[in-house]
Ligand binder design. Structure first.
Ligand code: GAL
Length: 368
């Protein structure tokens, strides 16, 4: 599912009607309903709250953006599934019952939720997949370029291992949840970089992205490989990297091998400064979340041209081809670019990063 960047060509008929503000333009010619004004409700379904990104960034950014796009009149109705697919299914059903105008869905289980997406669609509520590509008849998708995330992780890990031949160096691969389609893409991107260059001695898919599961899997890998023989660890995200670091330290390893991550969590920025984690992937949440709010509002207000302009990429899910999409780029976060990424974007203040414990590392890495 590599992006193809084809510009969406909506039919002239749909565009001209949408341009007059008369119809809710859908490129697939589905039900035409009267265009909504600013008094709209955007349903937002987020998957979990262990990773800080969801409630610290995604949620407030989407709320603010919906408010500002609707002159303060639009609302966000929010629910978090706490990593439970059945809970998310009921939350989506409740939003259908409440007749929200559009749903932004970040799926716990992209396959299991397909039936509920269909129910929303049948009730005339458009569903936009947020961050993870839900199956079923979704109207659009906004995410990061997830294969690129994996490539950036793989490439940076190799850089950290240094020049020379690493083909027999043993690394551990800790991938994300099998119910999250992003996890498969991260893995695919990382393997494209790592295959043939290192020895992937142990590889795990981590149930629920749970840091405790990652810690337990890591303890198993340490048993199998030997704690001092591990040359590097590919961790798909920061929360799991935290569990991996704990397992390595518990096994007595003091000089930690390079470890990857993703999400630029504050705890990961701290581990990077302390030398316990080599990198994270910085994904600009403002960019993704703003785009999601813009797409949702454009969709319900019938601004077809705007919606098409926001979704100039195309992706395929297992159940739908050519989904209009926006894929946002990402960058590696290492100790050398903390200022240019998370600080420049206002994600963290220097004062939050450079607490007493990290003052020396901040000075050394020019975080000020
Ligand atoms: C992914 C998401 C990551 C991270 C991870 C763990 O789908 O893209 O940013 O949050 O889930 O839940």
């Amino acid at each position: 599912m590599r992006r193809t960047a084809i510009f969406v060509a909506a039919s002239a008929m749909t565009l001209s009607l949408a341009g007059c503000g008369m119809l809710n333009a859908t490129s697939d010619g589905a039900s035409a309903r009267p265009t909504k004004g600013n008094d709209i409700t955007v349903g937002l379904l987020l998957p979990e709250n262990v990773n800080t990104r969801y409630e610290k960034f995604d949620l407030p950014i989407i709320k603010d953006k919906v408010r500002s796009l609707t002159g303060g009149k639009g609302k966000v109705q929010y629910a978090n599934a706490e990593q439970k697919a059945d809970k998310q299914s009921s939350q989506l059903q409740a939003m259908i019952d409440d007749k929200v105008d559009v749903i932004l869905l970040d799926a716990v289980d992209s396959h299991a939720i397909a039936g509920d997406v269909k129910k929303a669609k049948d009730a005339g509520i458009p569903v936009i997949a947020y961050d993870r590509l839900a199956e079923g008849p979704i109207d659009g998708y906004v995410s990061f370029d997830n294969e690129l995330v994996g490539e950036v992780q793989g490439r940076t890990l190799l850089e950290a291992m240094g020049d020379g031949d690493h083909t027999s160096d043993k690394i551990v691969m800790m991938n994300g949840s099998p119910t999250d389609p992003n996890a498969a893409q991260f893995k695919q991107g990382a393997l494209a970089e790592l295959n043939g260059k290192v020895n992937i001695a142990e590889s795990y898919d981590t149930k629920d992205w749970d840091p405790d599961n990652a810690k337990a899997n890591m303890a198993e890998a340490i048993q199998a490989i030997g704690v001092d023989k591990i040359a590097a660890v590919y961790s798909a995200n920061d929360a799991m990297a935290g569990g991996i670091v704990k397992a390595l330290k518990a096994a007595g390893r003091t000089d930690l091998p390079p470890i990857t991550g993703q999400d630029a969590e504050l705890s990961a920025v701290h581990r990077i400064l302390a030398g316990d984690q080599y990198m994270s992937v910085y994904k600009s949440y403002p960019q993704e979340a703003d785009a999601a709010a813009e797409m949702a509002v454009a969709k319900v207000q019938g601004h077809g041209i705007q919606f098409d302009a926001l979704t100039s990429d195309k992706v395929d899910s297992p159940t739908k081809k050519g989904i209009p999409a926006q894929l946002v780029s990402v960058v590696a976060l290492t100790k050398s670019n903390i200022m240019d990424t998370v600080v420049a974007d206002g994600i963290y203040k220097v004062s939050e990063i450079c607490t007493a414990k990290y003052a020396a590392a901040c000075k050394e890495n020019k975080v000020k």
